[in-house]
Design a binder for this molecule. Sequence first.
Ligand SMILES: [Zn+2]
Length: 142
Amino acid sequence: MSETSDSTETGGVDPEELTDEEWRERLTDEEYRVLRESGTEAKFSGEYVDHHPDDGEYRCRACGTVLFEAETKYESGCGWPAFYAAEEENVTTTIDTSHGMRRTEVRCANCDSHLGHVFDDGPEPTGKRFCINSVAMEYDDE
Ligand SMILES: [Zn+2]
């Protein structure tokens, strides 16, 4: 409700203006592979899988946009950080039919980086499970 859509938290950089080379400079190899090439980190490898703060939020690793509130994070046992709700206007979802599966891909609405997928087997109240790569996010405890 206090969201501002014109985020100035990107360090003055408009992610859409970045060249591929600039992305590679800003991100580690693993971050680049996940965020820009729709990769997936190894199961249970991510730094936020067992990370359950009471407060704070998770931002896009590439551009700093707030994606998830810590209070919507839950233990799904799937091997990646899971949330039952996203900051709706800050993520986009599209049908992804790669790898012979029909899944719904989740991307950052600001910089169009790949974050993970959303499934319909989450807990109440939404029934959603946002299954998100740790390297796509940065925890912010404020
Ligand atoms: Zn972003």
